[in-house]
Structures are given as structure tokens and as C-alpha cells.
Design a binder for this molecule. Structure first.
Ligand code: CUA
Length: 145
């Protein structure tokens, strides 16, 4: 006679095998592949902006004590920014005023988001993660013309 504990343990193991098999079979059937981390180079150490077309820009932000590189980004109206963010020292954050952008800048990792600008103006870029004595001065700007 099998004890209740052994039955529960055995049943759990069987269920794990069933679920993992179901995930593998369904992902294969749906053609789902494991996502790659990023469609761009794995690391970058300097900030820059690259223009993909007239209204699409890729912005590589490097956060560091206590500034963003690039500090100022200028784009035309109706531009979409594909933002990649990393940090060269401690954990920072990025928030763009009037936009739903809130990313962490973590050393050794790259975070990504997209944001589109439908209104002209200057958008403040601020660090929202306490990162040291200069945290409150860690500002940048996105100018939409
Ligand atoms: Cu960087 Cu706060």
C-alpha cells in the first residue's frame, strides 16, 4: 500500500512532466521560439541616437552618476523612439515627462521600450531611482520639433 505522502509526491511529479510536455508540444505547434534578448548589439558603453527612417529613431541611453548620455535628443514631430537603456555604475531609472515610460537602468543589462511623440515640446528625462548625492540633478531632455 502506497502512503498518502508518496502518492502526492508521485502525482506532483507526473503533473510536472505532463505540464512541461504540454508547453513544449503547444509551443512547437504554434511555432513559438524562445525570444532573443535584443535585436541589437548586446552591449554599448556610449550613448547615441541612430536614425532608422524619418520618424523612427533608436536611442541608446547610458545612465551614469549623474547624467544621461545623450543628455539631449532632438527628433521631429510624430517620431517613435526605440529606447535602449543601461547603466555604467549603479542602478538608475528613467522617466519621461508626460509619457508612460518608466525603465530601470541596471549595470550589465539593457532595458528597452518604445515611445511616440505626438506633441511638440520639451520633455524632461529624469532619474527616478535614488542613485547617490547627485540624483536630483540627473536630468536629460527630449526636444520634439
Ligand atoms: Cu540616477 Cu537617480
Amino acid at each position: 500500500m502506497i502512503s498518502t505522502e508518496r502518492f502526492v509526491l508521485l502525482f506532483s511529479l507526473v503533473m510536472v512532466v505532463v505540464f512541461v510536455t504540454a508547453i513544449m508540444v503547444s509551443s512547437k505547434g504554434l511555432g513559438i521560439e524562445v525570444a532573443e534578448c535584443l535585436p541589437v548589439e548586446k552591449t554599448f558603453t556610449e550613448g547615441r541616437v541612430s536614425k532608422l527612417d524619418d520618424h523612427t529613431y533608436r536611442v541608446y541611453y547610458v545612465a551614469g552618476m549623474w547624467s544621461f548620455d545623450p543628455a539631449v535628443v532632438e527628433v521631429p514631430l510624430e517620431s517613435e523612439l526605440d529606447i535602449y537603456l543601461t547603466s555604467k555604475d549603479v542602478v538608475h531609472g528613467i522617466h519621461i515627462s508626460d509619457k508612460n515610460v518608466n525603465l530601470m537602468a541596471v549595470p550589465g543589462t539593457i532595458n528597452n521600450t518604445r515611445v511616440k511623440f505626438h506633441k511638440r515640446g520639451e520633455y524632461q528625462v529624469v532619474c527616478h531611482e535614488y542613485c547617490g548625492t547627485g540624483h536630483q540633478n540627473m536630468l536629460g531632455k527630449i526636444i520634439v520639433k
